[in-house]
Design a protein around this ligand. Structure first.
Ligand SMILES: *[C@@H]1O[C@H](CO)[C@@H](O)[C@H](O)[C@H]1NC(C)=O
Ligand SMILES: *[C@@H]1O[C@H](CO)[C@@H](O)[C@H](O)[C@H]1NC(C)=O
Ligand SMILES: *[C@@H]1O[C@H](CO)[C@@H](O)[C@H](O)[C@H]1NC(C)=O
Length: 301
C-alpha cells in the first residue's frame, strides 16, 4: 500500500465525516466466561486502502508525521503490539516471534480516528534466537469512549524461514498417543527454571497470551508474559488439543501483574487459537518469577 494514497484517502474520508476504521474490534473488554471470536478478529485490518477515491490534498500540506526515536518507549510499545499480532497468526509451541530491534518509527495523529504508528523493526524467533528479517507495521490505537484494541497491519519478509513442522507434528503425535493428560504449574518456577519437557507449553502459553496482550494493549502499555501459573490439558475427541491455562502477564509500565485464565486449542494444521479468556481478580499468592525468564527481549530503560 502506498503511504501517499493511504494518507490522502484517510484525509478524504475525514473530510467526508466518514472515517472508515472497521469497528469489528470495538467490543467491551471480555467479561468473565465470555467467549470471543479471536479468530475473526485477527484478520481485521484497516480498510482505508480499499477505498477508491482520488486524493484531495497532498499529505505534506496536511498531515504532520512525527519521527520517533526507535529506541524509545512509544516506538517499542507499538512494535510489541505487532509482535503479539504476529504470534496470534504464526506462533506455535515451537515458534515464538519477538521484536529484536526497532529500526524506524513515525507517528501520525489522525483527528477523530486515533494515533497511528508506522514502525519498521527486525524480527527474531525467540526460542532459537534466529533473526527473521524485517517487518513493516502500522498500528492504530483508535480513539473512542471505550478502549478498543489496536488495529494492526503487518508485513514481514522472513516469516517462513523457520520450519517447525517436524517438531510440532512429533509433539502432537506424542500427546495424542498418550494415556494421560499433560499438566504443569509454575513455569518457570521461582528460580527461573523451566523443565525441558514443559518448554513447549511455556511457549504455547506465550502465544496464547499474545491474543490477550494484543487486545488489552493501548498506547501506554507494554505487556509481557511472566509465568504460566498452571496448564492442564483437557479431554478432547477433536483433532485440536485443548489446554486450560492460568497465566500471569506483566504490564511493564505500571509494573502490574495481571492474571488471566485462557482456554487454548492447538494442532499443527490449525495453529493456536484462544477459545475463551477470563480476567481473574488479583491473585494474592501469585508471585512473578525472576524477570530474566519473561518473554521479553529488552528490558525497559
Ligand atoms: C534466571 O536466573 C536464575 C537465578 O539467577 C537462574 O537460575 C536461571 O537459570 C535463569 N533463567 C534463565 C532462563 O536464564
Ligand atoms: C491503557 O491500559 C491501562 C491498563 O489497562 C489503563 O490503566 C490505562 O488507563 C489505559 N490507557 C489509555 C490511554 O486508555
Ligand atoms: C491454577 O491456578 C489457579 C490460580 O491460582 C487456581 O485457581 C486453579 O485452581 C489452578 N488450577 C489447577 C488445575 O491447578
Amino acid at each position: 500500500m502506498s503511504w501517499f494514497v493511504y494518507v490522502a484517502v484517510t484525509l478524504l474520508s475525514l473530510v467526508q465525516g466518514n472515517p472508515t476504521v472497521r469497528s469489528s474490534q470495538q467490543q467491551a473488554p471480555p467479561a468473565a466466561g465470555q467467549s470471543i471470536g479471536y479468530v475473526q478478529q485477527q484478520q481485521s485490518t484497516l480498510q482505508y486502502n480499499k477505498m477508491e477515491s482520488k486524493p484531495a490534498l497532498t499529505p505534506a500540506e496536511t498531515m504532520p508525521v512525527e519521527e520517533l526515536d526507535p529506541s524509545h518507549y512509544p516506538a517499542r510499545r507499538a512494535a510489541h503490539v505487532a509482535q503479539h499480532y504476529l504470534n496470534t497468526q504464526h506462533g506455535s509451541p515451537f515458534k515464538l516471534l519477538g521484536v529484536d530491534r526497532v529500526v524506524s518509527a513515525t507517528l501520525e495523529k489522525i483527528a477523530g480516528v486515533g494515533m497511528k504508528y508506522f514502525v519498521v523493526f527486525a524480527l527474531k524467533e525467540m526460542i532459537t534466537n534466529e533473526p527473521m528479517g524485517q517487518c513493516s507495521t502500522e498500528v492504530l490505537y483508535p480513539i473512542g469512549e471505550e478502549q478498543a484494541p489496536p488495529q494492526v497491519q503487518c508485513s514481514c519478509d522472513g516469516l517462513l524461514q523457520i520450519d517447525t513442522k517436524a517438531h510440532e507434528e512429533a509433539l502432537y503425535q506424542q500427546l495424542k498417543a498418550s494415556d494421560s493428560l499433560v499438566s504443569g504449574h509454575n513455569i518457570p518456577d521461582s528460580y527461573g527454571f523451566i523443565a525441558p519437557e514443559m518448554k513447549p507449553f511455556w511457549h504455547l502459553g506465550g502465544v496464547a497470551s499474545s491474543f490477550v496482550m494484543l487486545k488489552e494493549s493501548n498506547e501506554s502499555t507494554l505487556y509481557n508474559m511472566a509465568q504460566v501459573v498452571n496448564v492442564t490439558q483437557q479431554e478432547s475427541q477433536d483433532k485440536e488439543l485443548t489446554f486450560q491455562y492460568h497465566v500471569l502477564l506483566h504490564e511493564m509500565v505500571s509494573q502490574e501483574i495481571i492474571h488471566w485464565k485462557l482456554l487454548v486449542s492447538w494442532c499443527p494444521a490449525e495453529g493456536v487459537r484462544v477459545l475463551q479468556t477470563e480476567w481473574q481478580p488479583k491473585c494474592h499468592h501469585c508471585v512473578a518469577p525472576p524477570s530474566n525468564t519473561t518473554l521479553t527481549l529488552y528490558s525497559p530503560s
